[in-house]
Design a protein around this ligand. Structure first.
Ligand code: SF4
Length: 284
């Protein structure tokens, strides 16, 4: 399976800017952006971010408000605050460097088990398996042919990594999941590893192993009318200037529901995305 997938990646893998570097900070930025935003949207924003803040020290020096402004359009704004906090921790505790151990990486704000491993694989070229929503599909279908819990999925993912090829393997699995082994209609007929795929070999029995498997994100809840939409509207407004707290419900899009707006404002303040001075709301 290894040689077939790596050969496929050599021919079909995407040319993405974070694949041309091993700079751990750049890799961390890419991974945080990719957590909940599509590759095509991330590419230009990743390049712009690194031009503005090329190191963790440069990012730590920036104001939180500027970091939140720069994140505009990427969604899930809390990631911007966490990335800024992570840069501060790196400066204070790691000489401005991204730590190269799993435990230390996991102490950084916004860095969970997948992101920590991804940094180790894509920056430090460690032979570790990755389980995110793309890789998790491949692991459950090809590696096991059944639904996997978190511990099993990580163990299967680790067992599949060819020795010394962790970087290429991780990228190949990511692209196979994105381009071939997709959620709804895996294209097994043109898959380079169909001959070794446990689920395909068994005749693709129901249920699809990805259903309920570890690492595979549930479909996002409906955005329109959600708290997420109101939060996004408020943060977008704050990017352009302070907002009177009394106007928060209007700005969030819920003019008739000040209680809901109040709750969202409290959340934004608690998450470090906003500051309340008297009755004026602004970026921190
Ligand atoms: S054969 Fe089908 S299910 Fe198996 S890894 Fe390839 S695309 Fe996925």
């Amino acid at each position: 399976m290894e040689q077939l997938l790596l050969a496929w990646f050599h021919e079909h893998g995407r040319d993405l800017p974070w694949r041309r570097t091993r700079d751990p900070y750049a890799i961390l930025v890419s991974e945080v952006m990719l957590q909940q935003t599509q590759v095509e949207r991330v590419v230009p924003r990743y390049l712009r971010w690194l031009e503005r803040w090329p190191t963790a020290a440069a990012l730590a020096d920036a104001s939180t408000a500027d970091v939140i402004r720069e994140w505009q359009g990427l969604g899930y704004n809390r990631r911007a605050v966490n990335l800024h906090r992570a840069a501060c921790v790196m400066v204070e505790q790691h000489d401005g460097q991204v730590p190269d151990g799993l435990d230390a990486l996991l102490t950084l704000p916004g860095v969970g088990p997948y992101t920590a491993r991804a940094v180790l694989v894509f920056a430090f070229e460690r032979d570790l398996g990755l389980v995110d929503t793309n890789a998790g599909r491949f692991v459950a279908r090809a590696g096991a042919g059944r639904r996997l819990d978190a511990r099993e999925a990580q163990a299967v993912a680790d067992s599949l990594v060819p020795s010394g090829r962790g970087w290429a393997w991780g990228q190949a699995v990511f692209d196979l999941g994105a381009l071939v082994c997709t959620r709804r209609a895996p294209a097994c007929e043109r898959c380079p590893v169909s001959g070794d795929c446990a689920w395909y070999g068994a005749g693709r029995p129901d249920p699809d192993p990805v259903t309920g498997s570890a690492g595979i994100a549930a479909p996002q809840s409906i955005f329109a009318g959600s708290d997420r939409q109101g939060r996004g509207r408020l943060v977008d407004a704050l990017r352009h200037g302070a907002v009177a707290a009394a106007r928060a419900a209007d700005v969030a899009g819920w003019p008739g529901d000040p209680g809901r707006a109040q709750r969202i404002v409290e959340q934004l303040v608690a998450d470090g995305l906003a500051r309340l001075d008297g009755d004026e709301l602004s970026l921190p």
